[in-house]
Design a protein around this ligand. Structure first.
Ligand SMILES: [Zn+2]
Length: 238
C-alpha cells in the first residue's frame, strides 16, 4: 500500500479542520496494518533515543563493524509498512550513503537527498510526510567534507560567473551559508560554509510552520545538524 496515497487525505483533513493528526494514534486510518495492534510502532522512540541510535550506528560503521548486512531480513514485513526512526537531509554525493554511514537497514531511515543538502519546498514536504505520517521523531541535516556543491557555490561567488543549466539554483540555495561563513573569516572557508549550511537548514526546519514547528514545540521531534567526514567515516555534530 502506498502511504502517499492517503497523505492527501491527511493533509485535507488536517489543514482544513485545523486538527492535524500528529501522533501514531491519530494516524490510525493511514496505517491499518500496525495501528490496530496494541503494541507501539518500532519507531515510537524519543528524539534522543533516535539520535543515540544514529551515533552508535556511525561508530560501528567508522570502526568497520557494521551489523546490517542481511538486507533480505524483514522484506515481507516491509512490504506493508515502514517505521523510519530518523529522517535525514543529505547531499547527493556518491560518497555519502546515510544507511551505510549509520549502519541501518532498509526501512530505518527516511532520507531526502539533494546536492548541497538544503531544504527546498519539495524536500520540506517530504520531511513533513516523514515526521507527521510516518512518525519519525528525529530529523538530521547532514553535511559532509569536500562538498562539491558548497565548493562550486563559493567559486561562482568569487568568480562572479553564472553556472550553466540549472546549477544556479544550487548556488542560490547555498549562497546564504557562504555569506555567513565569510563573515567569520575562518581559516577553512569550505568547512565553515558547510557547517553554516547545516545550521541554516536546521534553523529553517525548526521554524517550518505549521507541521514541523508544532512537533518541535511539543517535544515530539528534534532537529539536529551534523557533518560527515568522508576520510574517517565519522559524523560530528555542528
Ligand atoms: Zn555535497
Amino acid at each position: 500500500m502506498c502511504g502517499f496515497c492517503d497523505a492527501s487525505n491527511l493533509t485535507r483533513r488536517g489543514l482544513l479542520t485545523g486538527a492535524l493528526a500528529v501522533s501514531a494514534a491519530a494516524a490510525l486510518p493511514l496505517s491499518p496494518a500496525w495501528a490496530q495492534s496494541p503494541a507501539p510502532a518500532p519507531n515510537a522512540i524519543s528524539p534522543d533515543e533516535a539520535l543515540k541510535r544514529l551515533q552508535e550506528g556511525n561508530a560501528r560503521y567508522a570502526a568497520n563493524t557494521s551489523t546490517n548486512k542481511d538486507f533480505s531480513a524483514g522484506r515481507i514485513a516491509r512490504a506493508s509498512a515502514q517505521y523510519p526512526f530518523a529522517s535525514l537531509v543529505s547531499c547527493a554525493d556518491s560518497r555519502v550513503a546515510p544507511e551505510l554511514a549509520f549502519d541501518q537497514g532498509p526501512g530505518e531511515l527516511f532520507v531526502v537527498r539533494v546536492a548541497g543538502n538544503f531544504v527546498n519546498e519539495e524536500g520540506l514536504a517530504s520531511l513533513e510526510y516523514g515526521v507527521v505520517v510516518l512518525n519519525s521523531p528525529l530529523i538530521m541535516v547532514l553535511g559532509h567534507s569536500d562538498c562539491g556543491a558548497v565548493n562550486a557555490t563559493m567559486k561562482a561567488m568569487q568568480d562572479g560567473k553564472t553556472l550553466p543549466g540549472h546549477l544556479p539554483s544550487l548556488v542560490d540555495a547555498i549562497r546564504p551559508a557562504v555569506v555567513a561563513a565569510q563573515a567569520k573569516k575562518p581559516a577553512d572557508l569550505l568547512a565553515e560554509a558547510t557547517a553554516e549550511n547545516v545550521r541554516l537548514n536546521v534553523k529553517y526546519l525548526a521554524g517550518a510552520k505549521p507541521l514541523i514547528s508544532d512537533l518541535v514545540a511539543a517535544g515530539k521531534l528534534k532537529i539536529v545538524g551534523a557533518v560527515y567526514d568522508i576520510a574517517s567515516g565519522r559524523v560530528m555534530p555542528v
